[in-house]
Design a protein around this ligand. Structure first.
Ligand code: NOJ
Length: 527
């Protein structure tokens, strides 16, 4: 079985994690000092948000050089030692690969905009008018008003799907494709175990289309995959493509494109199911999720560094989710919600545990977001999505133990509920009943139950709508996971002809069980 099928990923922002040199920004040495923690938690693979040199107008998703490390984070040598240290602990590391665009500070763009005859002009997508590709949606509505930006230097417009400081690369140019394949090899040669590939659908543009998921994109992804399969067979490609599962299926190719794709529509439906006490939206989306080619796997998550994205729900569901989970205007951004997991769930430990239980038992490889394992809060007074990217809370000393600097890249959370005075790794490690211990217990259980990574999903029938109960089954292991989405206890009749053992307590049960309010239970089954 490929390693990523049963793995637990942990997404972290180096800038936010641990600052070793007291300059106010987290760095790679700081990260190395915290690897024991990640190993203790049971993380299999760390995903680092962009680490390249960047003006950080989009937190590194605006790459100014694909071949370096941002000076805040350290030197290339730091990166190499970090990779070695991660591997020495039996963990792996993937990094973000930002294919679609660069920063406007990237030398390619700087050259390209010098003149229409520049040798690099064709690295980007230019037009004398902003009229091409009409109808292509804006990804950052409310901030950007067009996918074209006017370049005063040469009097033409350049194409950008994200901020105007992120010009899109022109993938019709073979030099661009070759340059990005070199980037892929460079980082794999340094020892990374793969990439989370950013903004995958948008690489090519064609008139009369939405400029998304064009056949040419698949051809190029296959080229990347070929490099991996030929020379780095253990490495993985994880796609960020926010689409319904049917549209994502082509990104797995015939097992010759991505190894993993984020299953975006599951996430809002978990929150919807919890808010309505009704499992149907989760059941529907998973019933509509097609089987994957061998070696393919979904990646699932409860939150990440972006907004809680509401693209893939109906307009009514979107309004409902906004009302419930982001009642204040400042909690909303783009088509989503800029809050973290614990605040979204009113810091209710039962709901937080329930959502984690679903994350760890439903199909897919779970991807945790740094800080959510201790229930960190957010800061909606910060602009953009920065409020969910605040410093990791290590202990209750100044700056949450994140940094010895006077000024930090972003303030630590210090409100009475979520502040580092209350919420920290140190405090929770010392308390076996804390969230971090609970998340660790889920991770450890998952390691003993590979069926959760690869087993088939089968709903337990005939239950009231607040019951989200299912089997995960493989040839040699069966797990029954029960979840109560409601604020009242739930009586569940257990299947007959199997003996069920509680995964966490070892208790043997038969007949029926009563789930607590927002309760969950996991059982292994012996015929
Ligand atoms: C998706 C990333 O997750 C997001 O943070 C970024 O702003 C865009 N891609 C643009 O790179």
């Amino acid at each position: 079985m490929a390693w990523y099928i049963n793995a637990v990923f942990y997404e972290l922002y180096v800038r936010a994690f641990a600052d070793s040199n007291a300059d106010g920004h987290g760095d790679l040495t700081g990260l190395r000092q915290k690897l024991d923690y990640l190993q203790w938690l049971g993380v299999d693979c760390v995903w680092l948000l962009p680490i390249n040199p960047s003006p950080l107008k989009d937190d590194g998703y605006d790459v100014a050089s694909y071949y370096g490390i941002h000076p805040h984070y350290g030197l290339m040598e730091d990166f190499q030692i970090t990779v070695e240290e991660i591997h020495r602990r039996g963990m792996r590391v993937i990094i973000d690969l930002v294919l679609n665009h660069t920063s406007d500070q990237h030398p390619w763009f700087q050259e390209a905009r010098r003149s229409k005859d520049s040798a690099f002009r064709d690295f980007y997508v230019w037009s004398s008018t902003p009229d091409k590709y009409q109808g292509v949606p804006l990804i950052f509505p409310g901030v950007e008003t067009s996918n074209w930006a006017y370049d005063e230097l040469t009097g033409e417009y350049y194409w950008h799907r994200f901020y105007h400081s992120q010009p899109d690369l022109n993938y019709d140019n073979p030099q661009v494709r070759a340059a990005m394949l070199d980037v892929v090899r460079f980082w794999l040669d340094l020892g990374v175990d793969g990439f989370r590939v950013d903004a995958v659908p948008y690489l090519f543009e064609r008139e009369g289309t939405l400029c998304e998921s064009l056949p040419e994109t698949h051809t190029f992804i296959k080229e990347i995959r070929k490099v991996i399969d030929t020379d780095y067979p253990e490495a993985v490609l994880l796609a960020e493509a926010c689409m319904p599962p049917d549209d994502l299926l082509p990104y797995f190719g015939q097992g010759d494109e991505f190894h993993l794709c984020f299953h975006f529509p599951v996430m809002p439906r978990l929150y919807l199911a919890l808010a309505t006490g009704d499992r149907s939206s989760v059941v529907n989306i998973l019933d509509q999720t097609p089987p994957l080619p061998t070696g393919g796997q979904w990646a699932t998550f409860l939150r990440n560094h972006d907004e809680f994205n509401l693209w893939l729900v109906t307009p009514e569901e979107r309004e409902y989710l906004w009302d419930i989970y982001a009642p204040l205007p400042e909690q909303r951004i783009f088509t989503g919600i800029r809050r973290r997991l614990a605040p979204l769930l009113n810091n209710d430990p039962r709901k937080i545990a329930l959502m984690h239980s679903l994350l760890f038992t439903l199909p897919g490889t779970p991807v945790l977001y740094y800080g959510d394992e201790i229930g960190m809060g957010d800061d909606v007074s910060l602009p953009d999505r920065n409020g969910v990217r605040t410093p990791m809370q290590w202990n209750n000393t100044a700056n949450a133990g994140f940094s010895g600097a006077k000024t930090l890249y972003a303030p630590v959370i210090s409100d009475p509920v979520f502040g580092y005075q209350q919420v920290s790794v140190q405090a929770q490690q010392a308390d076996v009943n804390s969230l971090v211990h609970q998340v660790r217990e889920f991770i450890m259980a998952r390691k003993r139950l590979p069926v959760l990574g690869s087993g088939a999903l089968e709903w337990l029938g005939d239950l009231p709508k607040q019951a989200l109960c299912f089997w995960r089954k493989s040839d040699n292991q069966q797990v029954l996971a029960l979840h109560n989405l409601a604020a009242e206890p739930l009586h569940v009749q257990l299947p007959e002809s199997v003996i069920l053992h509680d995964v966490f307590t070892g208790e043997t049960v038969s007949g029926s069980v009563v789930l607590d309010v927002y309760g969950y239970r996991w059982f292994t089954a012996t015929p």
